[in-house]
Design a protein around this ligand. Structure first.
Ligand code: FES
Length: 217
């Protein structure tokens, strides 16, 4: 189940589904960017500041989940270009539903990436591919920067953030030290983060059901 219990501080339903623009032709929207930033910060607080004390407040089923049980997620309500954040092992896990336009960006900047082929062990074998996914449409990743553990913020294509290049095609930006990741969680070169974002073990239970934390059939 997606984290919906009110005791989970990271369970902010307003941040549960992030409305990414469907393509880069959409105009820049300051309100959307602010909202995206708020979602990213919420995930970071939960991931770095409250995981341990939180456990003691949970009922047994929630405690088991926080300690590592798999989390089932309904992905049927994520719109194209939208993103849902759930909690697994006290970490934020993103499920981004990528549009064809978003997927098309992934093979356009390999030379700018530190590990374009995902050679380093940051994903299960079934996600060591061009989209780092089982289903190209859905990107599943732990939303924690691989540098020092901040929570990156979703940044749509065309963002006017001065820390991003003019040809930014959409991805994730870590506000702590400036690491940037593409829409498959691959880190760009010459950034503090040493590796791509982690893809957790996962599998699909059906067309709209995803299980995070368990990939054994
Ligand atoms: S923690 Fe993300 S760049 Fe340092």
């Amino acid at each position: 189940m997606a984290a919906t219990h009110p005791e989970y501080p990271m369970t902010d339903t307003s941040c549960g589904t992030t409305p990414w623009p469907r393509d880069s032709a959409l105009p820049d929207d300051p309100q959307r960017r602010l909202w995206l930033a708020a979602c990213g910060l919420a995930g970071g607080v939960a991931a770095t500041g409250t995981a341990v004390p939180l456990v003691s407040t949970l009922a047994p089923s929630e405690r088991a989940r926080a300690q590592g049980a798999a989390v089932e997620v309904d992905i049927g309500d994520i719109p194209p270009g939208g993103m849902k954040t759930v909690e697994w092992r006290g970490k934020p896990v993103w499920v981004l539903r990528r549009t064809p336009a978003m997927l098309a960006t992934l093979d356009a900047h390999d030379s700018a990436l530190a590990d374009p082929a995902s050679a380093r062990d940051q994903q299960p074998a079934y996600a060591r591919n061009a989209t780092r996914a089982i289903r190209d449409e859905f990107f599943v990743a732990v939303g924690i920067c691989t540098h020092l553990g901040c929570s990156p913020t979703a940044m749509p294509a065309g963002s006017s953030n001065p820390a991003l290049p003019a040809d930014w095609a959409g991805g994730f930006f870590c506000p702590c030290h400036g690491s940037t990741f593409d829409l498959a969680g691959r880190v760009f070169r010459n950034k503090p983060a040493p590796t791509n974002l982690e893809v957790p073990p996962h599998r699909y239970l059906g067309a709209t059901r995803l299980l995070i934390g368990d990939d054994t059939a």
